[in-house]
Design a protein around this ligand. Structure first.
Ligand code: MG
Length: 383
């Protein structure tokens, strides 16, 4: 029997398992092509998107602003009958809006790429379309990773070889508010092992927030000052005060441009000092070495999972500590970020818990801990 006639025989007999032995078992793309031949879907990647308003469970207040909704754009990339889901979430301070994201996405032409496996080339092209628009770029990157993981039938934490046991506990954010509401929100945070508190207004308000939480619980607190402390001596005094109250880290105590002052605070701080606003992308990391103990990676700041994975490697090479964070997002972007959580020391992935109209179910918090599932791609299913 010739090879061709043997293939025809196997095909007609429907012996797909036997057919697998005829191709290189390590050639995932060949296997995918074989699966697609059976499905008959379009081989062109099609990107689609729609605006979505995430409703906040509580009015959300940080140092400079308050809001009740967060604008989101949901994306899908379809290829060969399979769909990957993505999302751009835009808190006002990032400078992106639903319109700016959709204007950007209209420019993205994926038809020039023959396969979704070309993640590096595709994302380099997407990144080249504008200087900013990091959330819009992340919406493409996340959908692409979801799609590729689904084609490979594996979740990304597994593709990357991460250990799902090493995920940290996530913090649960208690925003600035009146004492009564803070007591209420702190009680709501009872299932979580870490409470994140947003400080950075004035000394009286900041201490009220921490004292009010401490009147309800001894749970570990991580503090985010969102650049709110303008003087390095004041920042250090606050950090010492917080260090006596079971606080385990401090995020962005001072304005992001005050690098020398931040370095002085970091050098003298009894607590780890982490860069958030100061660290958006991979190229920001080298200059932050010495000015902060570590960085907070967020997919919406850094254009998505591809660059976030690279940021982890670079930060580790520079002996910097790692946190993974989020905006107010649905379970789509949260579950995408969770794929990277095994490599981080701290996680702040509660964005989906702060909204009342989630679109997906995905990564779960079990006993306070980020718990990854076996679903392929970014690990989500539509609600
Ligand atoms: Mg922050």
């Amino acid at each position: 029997m010739t090879l061709t006639s043997r293939r025809n025989f196997i095909k007609s007999a429907g012996l797909l398992t036997a057919a697998t032995a005829l191709v290189n078992p390590f050639d995932l793309f060949a296997q995918t092509k074989r699966r697609s031949a059976l499905k008959g879907g379009s081989k062109k990647m099609v990107l689609s998107f729609r605006p979505y308003d995430a409703q906040m469970r509580h009015v959300f207040t940080i140092a400079n602003s308050s809001r009740t909704t967060t604008p989101i754009v949901l994306t899908e990339i379809e290829w060969d009958g399979m769909v990957g889901y993505g999302e751009a979430a835009m808190p006002p301070y990032l400078g992106e809006t639903q319109n700016s994201v959709m204007d950007f996405l209209k420019k993205v032409d994926l038809s020039k790429f023959s396969s979704p496996f070309q993640i590096q080339d595709i994302m380099a092209y997407v990144d080249s379309l504008s200087i900013n628009n990091t959330a819009a770029k992340a919406a493409v990157d996340i959908a692409l990773h979801d799609l590729v993981g689904k084609i490979m039938e594996q979740p990304w934490w597994k593709i990357w070889g991460f250990n799902p046991e090493t995920t940290p506990n996530t913090s649960f954010t208690v925003g600035l508010d009146t004492e009564e509401v803070v007591v209420e929100k702190t009680k709501e945070a009872a299932p979580y092992k870490v409470i994140k508190v947003k400080l950075g207004r004035d000394e009286k308000t900041d201490k009220m927030m921490v004292n009010t939480i401490r009147s309800v619980t001894d749970t570990i607190i991580c503090v985010d000052a969102n650049q709110g402390w303008k003087d390095k001596h004041y920042a250090l005094d606050m950090i010492h005060w917080l260090n006596e109250r079971n606080v385990n880290m401090i995020e962005q105590p001072m304005p992001k441009l005050l690098l020398d002052e931040s370095a002085w605070v970091t050098e003298n701080s009894p607590l780890p000092v982490i860069a958030d606003e100061a660290c958006q992308r991979l190229t920001d990391i080298p200059k932050l070495k010495g000015a902060y103990h570590g960085i907070n990676i967020k997919l919406m700041k850094c254009t998505g999972m591809r660059e976030a994975r690279e940021m982890i490697s670079l930060a580790k090479a520079l002996h910097m500590r790692l946190m993974i964070g989020c905006m107010t997002e649905t379970s789509c972007a949260i579950s995408a970020a969770a794929q990277l959580a095994p490599e981080t020391e701290w996680a702040d992935l509660d964005g989906n818990l702060l909204i009342s109209n989630d679109v997906f179910k995905g990564m779960l918090i079990v006993d306070g801990k980020i718990t990854l599932n076996e679903l392929p791609g970014i690990g989500i299913a539509k609600l």
